[in-house]
Design a protein around this ligand. Structure first.
Ligand SMILES: Cc1cc2nc3c(=O)[nH]c(=O)nc-3n(C[C@H](O)[C@H](O)[C@H](O)COP(=O)(O)O)c2cc1C
Length: 336
């Protein structure tokens, strides 16, 4: 069975990738993921806030030094001491690249242009095979229009793009008026792929303390359906790579993502729940299903149920709406 796939110009041995999580940071768990059969890892993000915070700290320090000892400008301290987190990140890329055979994709998480974007180049120099840009932006300003929000995405991407030569993929939210349009504009701006979709973590209200508290819930397979629809709708309209992230727990989810047109399927929650060995199981079931259905390669099944190829493409669209509502069956005793 040929499970190989192309993603962001990288040749991957199979379509299972471990997406950003603490498991893709530590060498030990990254090695376990590789042993279990994962084709690539995406490191946890380096955040714009972390970079700008370090930069601000550094500027404050240098400024104070200059004020205090203007004659000693040549003796400014070694920068590395004050750029802890960034250096740790670069060192971790180097370590993972030295120890792993599979590609290592670095990740930046931000929402604006600015000095922090220059960091993309450092990630490339440290050896990252590609870069995922997670633009995590909550559009809550009433004076900012949808077009301006989209421009923010495009400008942020563009400035990252200008700072690196490795392929860059953008991890998108589904909260756009036109997903197809923003994806197409990113492709035209030079994106090598999009990853669908980012999950926004929702704040909750604690009724005891009456405080707003952060809440991180792991996903379930049900979340994959949103991704399947949009991957299927986008596949024939884009030439860049498509990654599916969110709700991939079982071989069935992987297969549906590939049939819809994904080039890779990423796992995070399932790996946190079941550990890296879960990958081996999923790969076995993937092989088994493909054998039973007489597919000989992942390439052969990729996109065969995309909007373009499905027998009933309208099922991906509004036409399906009434049918779905009609298909609801009431729980026993609840018939109206
Ligand atoms: C504990 C944890 C840490 C995560 N860290 C990051 C991160 O640093 N950057 C990022 O882009 N996504 C991050 N994610 C999101 C995941 O990579 C993934 O896209 C998301 O959880 C959806 O996939 P899933 O349904 O398989 O969990 C994190 C998720 C979890 C649960």
């Amino acid at each position: 069975m040929d499970l190989s796939t192309q993603y962001l110009g990288l040749a991957l041995k199979n379509p299972l990738v471990a997406s950003s999580s603490p498991l893709t940071w530590e060498l030990k768990s990254a090695l376990e993921l590789q042993r279990a059969g994962v084709a690539a890892i995406i490191m946890p993000s380096l955040f714009e806030e972390q970079i700008t915070h370090e930069q601000a700290k550094l500027e404050r320090f240098v400024f104070q030094q200059s004020l205090g000892h203007s004659e000693a400008d040549g003796f400014h301290p070694v920068l590395s001491v004050y750029q802890d987190y960034q250096y740790r990140y670069l060192n971790q890329i180097k370590l993972l690249k030295q120890q792993l055979e599979i590609p290592v994709i670095a990740s930046l998480n931000g929402m604006s242009e600015g000095g922090w974007v220059q960091y993309a180049q450092e990630l490339e120099l440290a050896g990252a095979d590609a870069l995922e840009l997670n633009i995590y932006y909550i559009a809550a300003n009433p004076e900012e229009t949808s077009e301006q929000v989209e421009l923010r995405y495009l400008d942020t991407f563009q400035s990252i793009r200008e700072n690196t030569r490795i392929p860059v993929c953008v991890k998108l939210t589904h909260q756009f008026s036109s997903i197809v349009s923003i994806a197409l504009r990113l492709q035209q701006a030079g994106a090598a792929g999009v990853s669908l979709f980012n999950r926004f973590y929702q704040p909750d209200i604690d009724l005891e303390t009456l405080k707003v508290v952060p809440r991180l819930e792991l996903s379930s397979s049900a979340e994959s359906l949103l991704r399947i629809r949009w991957i299927a709708m986008l596949r024939h309209q884009l030439t860049m790579s498509l990654s599916m992230t969110g709700g991939i727990h079982h071989a069935e989810d992987v297969l549906k993502g590939l049939l819809a047109g994904a080039d890779i399927t990423c796992m995070c929650s399932a790996l946190l729940l079941h550990g890296p060995a879960h990958i081996t199981q999923v790969l076995e079931q993937l092989n088994l299903w493909m054998m039973e259905k007489e597919y000989s390669s992942v390439e052969q099944l990729k996109g065969s149920l995309s909007y373009h190829h499905a027998i009933n493409p309208a099922a991906y669209e509004r036409a399906n709406y009434l049918e779905v509502l009609d298909s609801y069956s009431y729980a026993s005793g609840m018939m109206v």
